[in-house]
Design a protein around this ligand. Structure first.
Ligand code: ADP
Length: 201
Protein backbone atom coordinates (compact mmCIF):
# COMPACT_ATOMS: atom_id res chain seq x y z
CA UNK A 1 0.00 0.00 0.00
CA UNK A 2 1.12 3.57 -0.69
CA UNK A 3 2.38 5.32 2.47
CA UNK A 4 -0.18 7.69 3.96
CA UNK A 5 1.90 10.81 3.22
CA UNK A 6 1.82 10.01 -0.52
CA UNK A 7 -1.95 9.87 -0.75
CA UNK A 8 -3.80 12.69 -2.51
CA UNK A 9 -4.13 15.77 -0.35
CA UNK A 10 -7.14 17.31 -1.97
CA UNK A 11 -10.09 15.01 -2.60
CA UNK A 12 -13.04 16.75 -4.22
CA UNK A 13 -16.37 14.98 -3.75
CA UNK A 14 -18.46 16.04 -6.74
CA UNK A 15 -22.17 15.45 -6.34
CA UNK A 16 -25.58 16.91 -7.16
CA UNK A 17 -28.89 15.53 -8.28
CA UNK A 18 -29.32 13.13 -11.18
CA UNK A 19 -29.03 15.22 -14.34
CA UNK A 20 -27.86 18.44 -12.69
CA UNK A 21 -24.48 18.40 -14.47
CA UNK A 22 -21.93 16.27 -12.57
CA UNK A 23 -20.59 14.58 -15.71
CA UNK A 24 -20.32 17.93 -17.48
CA UNK A 25 -18.18 19.17 -14.59
CA UNK A 26 -16.06 16.04 -14.25
CA UNK A 27 -15.30 15.90 -17.98
CA UNK A 28 -14.13 19.49 -17.81
CA UNK A 29 -11.96 18.86 -14.74
CA UNK A 30 -10.37 15.89 -16.49
CA UNK A 31 -9.88 17.48 -19.91
CA UNK A 32 -8.93 21.03 -18.98
CA UNK A 33 -7.23 20.51 -15.62
CA UNK A 34 -6.01 16.94 -16.16
CA UNK A 35 -7.39 15.92 -12.80
CA UNK A 36 -7.85 12.22 -12.15
CA UNK A 37 -11.55 11.38 -11.88
CA UNK A 38 -12.93 8.36 -10.05
CA UNK A 39 -16.57 7.60 -10.86
CA UNK A 40 -18.98 5.84 -8.48
CA UNK A 41 -21.20 4.80 -11.38
CA UNK A 42 -18.37 2.79 -12.94
CA UNK A 43 -17.74 0.95 -9.68
CA UNK A 44 -21.47 0.40 -9.22
CA UNK A 45 -21.57 -1.29 -12.63
CA UNK A 46 -18.54 -3.40 -11.79
CA UNK A 47 -20.26 -4.45 -8.57
CA UNK A 48 -22.94 -6.36 -10.48
CA UNK A 49 -20.82 -7.93 -13.19
CA UNK A 50 -21.47 -11.55 -14.13
CA UNK A 51 -20.08 -13.86 -11.46
CA UNK A 52 -20.16 -11.20 -8.72
CA UNK A 53 -21.64 -12.06 -5.31
CA UNK A 54 -23.88 -9.00 -5.55
CA UNK A 55 -25.41 -10.12 -8.85
CA UNK A 56 -26.06 -13.52 -7.24
CA UNK A 57 -27.79 -11.85 -4.29
CA UNK A 58 -29.92 -9.76 -6.65
CA UNK A 59 -30.86 -12.83 -8.69
CA UNK A 60 -31.74 -14.70 -5.51
CA UNK A 61 -34.03 -11.89 -4.41
CA UNK A 62 -35.78 -11.09 -7.69
CA UNK A 63 -35.45 -14.33 -9.64
CA UNK A 64 -33.57 -15.01 -12.85
CA UNK A 65 -36.05 -12.78 -14.72
CA UNK A 66 -33.87 -9.92 -13.51
CA UNK A 67 -31.16 -11.07 -15.93
CA UNK A 68 -30.93 -10.55 -19.67
CA UNK A 69 -30.45 -13.53 -21.99
CA UNK A 70 -26.66 -13.11 -21.82
CA UNK A 71 -26.68 -13.33 -18.02
CA UNK A 72 -26.02 -9.66 -17.36
CA UNK A 73 -28.24 -7.57 -15.13
CA UNK A 74 -31.37 -6.18 -16.73
CA UNK A 75 -30.88 -2.63 -15.43
CA UNK A 76 -34.14 -1.41 -16.84
CA UNK A 77 -36.05 -4.07 -14.96
CA UNK A 78 -34.16 -3.45 -11.74
CA UNK A 79 -34.82 0.27 -12.21
CA UNK A 80 -38.56 -0.42 -12.44
CA UNK A 81 -38.41 -2.28 -9.13
CA UNK A 82 -36.23 0.12 -7.15
CA UNK A 83 -37.68 3.38 -8.35
CA UNK A 84 -41.19 2.30 -7.42
CA UNK A 85 -40.26 0.75 -4.09
CA UNK A 86 -38.05 2.58 -1.56
CA UNK A 87 -37.42 -0.54 0.55
CA UNK A 88 -36.11 -2.43 -2.44
CA UNK A 89 -34.02 0.55 -3.49
CA UNK A 90 -32.46 0.65 -0.04
CA UNK A 91 -31.78 -3.07 -0.16
CA UNK A 92 -30.01 -2.82 -3.52
CA UNK A 93 -28.05 0.23 -2.38
CA UNK A 94 -26.94 -1.61 0.75
CA UNK A 95 -25.45 -4.30 -1.47
CA UNK A 96 -23.66 -1.91 -3.79
CA UNK A 97 -22.49 1.01 -1.63
CA UNK A 98 -19.90 -0.90 0.44
CA UNK A 99 -18.32 -2.19 -2.77
CA UNK A 100 -18.18 1.31 -4.27
CA UNK A 101 -16.67 2.70 -1.09
CA UNK A 102 -13.99 -0.02 -0.99
CA UNK A 103 -13.07 0.68 -4.61
CA UNK A 104 -12.72 4.39 -3.89
CA UNK A 105 -10.45 3.72 -0.92
CA UNK A 106 -8.26 1.40 -2.96
CA UNK A 107 -8.03 3.81 -5.90
CA UNK A 108 -7.30 6.82 -3.68
CA UNK A 109 -4.51 4.90 -1.98
CA UNK A 110 -2.94 4.10 -5.30
CA UNK A 111 -2.93 7.65 -6.64
CA UNK A 112 0.06 9.88 -6.00
CA UNK A 113 -0.32 12.87 -3.72
CA UNK A 114 -2.34 15.31 -5.79
CA UNK A 115 -5.87 16.53 -6.36
CA UNK A 116 -8.39 13.86 -7.25
CA UNK A 117 -12.09 14.10 -8.06
CA UNK A 118 -14.65 11.58 -6.83
CA UNK A 119 -17.92 11.73 -8.78
CA UNK A 120 -20.53 10.36 -6.41
CA UNK A 121 -24.22 10.92 -7.17
CA UNK A 122 -25.13 9.51 -3.74
CA UNK A 123 -22.25 11.08 -1.77
CA UNK A 124 -24.47 11.89 1.21
CA UNK A 125 -26.93 9.02 0.87
CA UNK A 126 -24.10 6.45 0.75
CA UNK A 127 -22.16 8.08 3.57
CA UNK A 128 -19.02 8.66 1.55
CA UNK A 129 -18.40 12.23 2.74
CA UNK A 130 -15.64 11.11 5.11
CA UNK A 131 -13.49 10.09 2.14
CA UNK A 132 -13.37 13.60 0.69
CA UNK A 133 -11.76 16.84 1.83
CA UNK A 134 -14.28 19.14 0.12
CA UNK A 135 -17.75 18.83 -1.36
CA UNK A 136 -18.88 20.39 -4.62
CA UNK A 137 -22.59 20.29 -5.44
CA UNK A 138 -23.84 20.94 -8.98
CA UNK A 139 -27.21 22.63 -8.80
CA UNK A 140 -30.01 23.42 -11.24
CA UNK A 141 -33.73 23.95 -10.72
CA UNK A 142 -35.98 20.92 -10.46
CA UNK A 143 -37.71 21.83 -13.70
CA UNK A 144 -34.38 21.98 -15.55
CA UNK A 145 -33.28 18.75 -13.92
CA UNK A 146 -36.47 17.02 -15.09
CA UNK A 147 -36.18 18.32 -18.64
CA UNK A 148 -32.47 17.45 -18.98
CA UNK A 149 -32.96 14.02 -17.47
CA UNK A 150 -35.95 13.15 -19.65
CA UNK A 151 -34.06 14.22 -22.74
CA UNK A 152 -30.74 12.55 -21.88
CA UNK A 153 -32.14 9.20 -20.70
CA UNK A 154 -35.33 9.21 -22.79
CA UNK A 155 -37.52 8.90 -19.72
CA UNK A 156 -41.15 9.78 -19.24
CA UNK A 157 -42.02 12.54 -16.80
CA UNK A 158 -43.07 9.94 -14.22
CA UNK A 159 -39.85 7.94 -14.60
CA UNK A 160 -37.72 11.06 -14.29
CA UNK A 161 -39.68 12.23 -11.24
CA UNK A 162 -39.27 8.84 -9.55
CA UNK A 163 -35.51 8.97 -10.03
CA UNK A 164 -35.24 12.51 -8.69
CA UNK A 165 -37.54 11.74 -5.76
CA UNK A 166 -35.42 8.74 -4.74
CA UNK A 167 -32.51 11.08 -3.97
CA UNK A 168 -31.97 13.59 -1.19
CA UNK A 169 -33.47 16.96 -2.28
CA UNK A 170 -30.86 19.09 -4.05
CA UNK A 171 -31.46 21.99 -1.63
CA UNK A 172 -30.32 19.78 1.26
CA UNK A 173 -27.22 18.81 -0.68
CA UNK A 174 -26.46 22.48 -1.32
CA UNK A 175 -26.66 23.17 2.42
CA UNK A 176 -23.86 20.68 2.98
CA UNK A 177 -21.68 21.87 0.10
CA UNK A 178 -18.37 23.69 0.37
CA UNK A 179 -18.85 24.89 -3.22
CA UNK A 180 -22.13 25.23 -5.12
CA UNK A 181 -21.82 25.24 -8.90
CA UNK A 182 -24.95 26.81 -10.33
CA UNK A 183 -25.87 25.05 -13.58
CA UNK A 184 -29.18 26.80 -14.16
CA UNK A 185 -27.74 28.83 -17.02
CA UNK A 186 -25.72 27.55 -20.00
CA UNK A 187 -22.75 25.14 -19.85
CA UNK A 188 -20.26 27.96 -20.50
CA UNK A 189 -21.43 29.74 -17.35
CA UNK A 190 -20.94 26.51 -15.42
CA UNK A 191 -17.40 26.00 -16.65
CA UNK A 192 -16.49 29.60 -15.78
CA UNK A 193 -17.48 28.94 -12.17
CA UNK A 194 -15.12 25.97 -12.09
CA UNK A 195 -12.26 28.13 -13.37
CA UNK A 196 -13.04 30.69 -10.67
CA UNK A 197 -13.09 28.08 -7.91
CA UNK A 198 -9.82 26.53 -8.96
CA UNK A 199 -8.19 29.94 -9.18
CA UNK A 200 -8.98 30.76 -5.59
CA UNK A 201 -8.71 27.37 -3.89
P1 ADP B 1 -25.32 14.32 -14.30
O1 ADP B 1 -23.94 13.77 -14.59
O2 ADP B 1 -25.36 15.15 -13.05
O3 ADP B 1 -26.40 13.28 -14.30
P2 ADP B 1 -25.04 15.60 -16.91
O4 ADP B 1 -23.75 16.33 -16.81
O5 ADP B 1 -25.06 14.30 -17.66
O6 ADP B 1 -25.67 15.37 -15.44
O7 ADP B 1 -26.12 16.59 -17.50
C1 ADP B 1 -27.45 16.13 -17.73
C2 ADP B 1 -27.87 16.47 -19.16
O8 ADP B 1 -28.06 17.87 -19.23
C3 ADP B 1 -26.84 16.11 -20.21
O9 ADP B 1 -27.50 15.68 -21.36
C4 ADP B 1 -26.09 17.42 -20.43
O10 ADP B 1 -25.57 17.51 -21.73
C5 ADP B 1 -27.20 18.45 -20.21
N1 ADP B 1 -26.73 19.71 -19.64
C6 ADP B 1 -25.78 19.87 -18.69
N2 ADP B 1 -25.62 21.18 -18.38
C7 ADP B 1 -26.51 21.85 -19.14
C8 ADP B 1 -26.87 23.25 -19.28
N3 ADP B 1 -26.27 24.21 -18.54
N4 ADP B 1 -27.83 23.58 -20.15
C9 ADP B 1 -28.45 22.62 -20.88
N5 ADP B 1 -28.19 21.29 -20.82
C10 ADP B 1 -27.23 20.92 -19.94
Amino acid sequence: MTPKSDRPKRIIGLTGGIGTGKSTVSHYLASTYQLPVLDADIYAREAVEIGSPILSAITERYGSDILLADGTLNRQKLGQIVFSNPDERRWVEQQIHPYVRAQFVEAINQLPKQTVVLVVPLLFEAGITDLVTEIWVVYCSRQQQLERLMQRDRLTLEQAQARINSQMPIEQKCQRADIILDNSSNPEALLKQIDAVLKTR
